[in-house]
Design a protein around this ligand. Structure first.
Ligand SMILES: [Zn+2]
Ligand SMILES: [Zn+2]
Length: 370
């Protein structure tokens, strides 16, 4: 394990063990407003949001077991030993994405740019160097984003799946807020965004199965088996979601974060089939298998959803687990054909359209880039 990661974990654990003060990482305004979940939601119970089927919570013994494993276990290839290929993207390219199709660009991890219904959307935009409550510690990105926020054109909207640092990045939201018309978020997240200066009138919170329509694009929040929290005391005070994006050009599903659960079948039945599923495949582990999917589970979820084409995300940018950084790609490349799943693995910054044939290359292999 890398020294920097070891030091970060050491400090983080000391932080958890010693700090019993109020959650200083959560602004007062946010803390006050999200002390309780919204009682009209079916997911709200005892002031916190919950999964339909209870998952094992984080307790001291699990935290200790996880910490011990981080310290003891030697993991190989946690980060690439070559420059991850990133295709630079610019405003002109984005503005000329065809309006009569659905185009997708991976910006890194789970951050995506979409042209859909003629509009431009970002999903879970994270442009910061690290995904951490700290500026100088925590998982650091393997590669720069394909473009900077100030190079982006005006956007119709941003969709946020939940408030974990690798999906909700304060610095990115603060830089984006001037060029985004709509922020679509799960219940409870408006308080965070307002605290960071986003105009209240631009934010829409959705409970599971609720929809909103922006011109011809319909966005529906759908269930996910996950959790939320940014500090020590705000676990599950805001909701987590997957999303369905329905446009005249086709239907897209975005998993957000979450373990495999029977909700995928229900979503597929209600909103499928999907032209594209964007599925989280990365940062999985047997110790937290209920909240992140293994590659085989993501393929099954894609089939439950009645997906036609699958794009795996939540990988390739940050080291958030014990598995080698490229393992999700290697396993999926092996398993997808056997499962009868069509998959695309575009490079960061590479544009692909659901209406055109796309040839994926194994960019995560060093040999491909030499
Ligand atoms: Zn998460
Ligand atoms: Zn995540």
């Amino acid at each position: 394990m890398k020294n920097s990661t070891r030091i970060f974990l050491y400090i983080f654990t000391i932080f958890i063990l010693l700090i019993s003060v109020s959650c200083a990482l959560i602004p007062d305004k946010v803390k006050d407003q999200t002390l309780s979940c919204q009682s009209e939601s079916r997911q709200c119970e005892d002031k916190r949001y919950r999964n339909p089927k209870a998952i094992e919570g984080l307790n001291w013994s699990r935290t200790f077991a996880m910490f011990k494993r981080y310290m003891d276990e030697d993991v190989v290839n946690q980060s690439p030993d070559f420059d991850v290929p990133v295709l630079p993207l610019n405003k002109n390219q984005i503005n000329s994405l065809p309006v009569d199709s659905i185009s997708v660009v991976r910006l890194g991890h789970s951050s995506l740019l979409l042209r859909i219904a003629g509009q431009l959307w970002l999903i879970d935009p994270v442009f910061s160097e690290r995904v951490s409550p700290f500026k100088s510690f925590g998982p650091k990105r393997f590669h720069a984003p394909p473009l900077a926020i100030d190079q982006l054109p005006s956007l119709t909207g941003v969709v946020i799946s939940h408030n974990h640092y690798d999906h909700l990045d304060r610095a990115s939201i603060e830089m984006l807020k001037g060029k985004v018309e709509h922020f679509i978020v799960p219940l409870g997240l408006a308080a965070f965004l307002e605290d960071w200066g986003v105009d209240k009138s631009r934010i829409q919170e959705l409970d599971w199965w609720q929809s909103t329509k922006i011109d011809t694009l319909e966005i529906t929040s759908t269930p996910a088996q996950h959790f939320s929290g940014r500090g020590l005391f705000d676990r599950n005070l805001t909701l987590w979601s997957s999303f369905v994006l329905k446009a005249p050009q086709g239907k897209v599903f975005y998993s957000g974060d979450g373990g495999y659960f029977k909700g995928f079948r229900e979503i597929g039945k209600t909103h499928g089939p999907f032209d594209l599923t964007i599925m989280e495949v990365g940062a999985y582990d047997k110790m937290w298998s209920q909240v992140h999917m293994f590659p085989a589970e993501a393929l099954q979820a894609h089939k439950d959803l009645r997906g036609k084409l699958m794009l795996p995300v939540h990988n390739g940018t940050f080291d958030l687990a014990f598995h080698p950084w490229s393992e999700p790609f290697e396993q999926l490349t092996q398993l997808a054909p056997a499962s009868g799943v069509d998959m695309v693995t575009p490079r960061m910054g590479e544009i692909f359209s659901i209406s055109q044939n796309f040839t994926s290359v194994a960019w995560w292999r060093k040999a491909t880039n030499q």
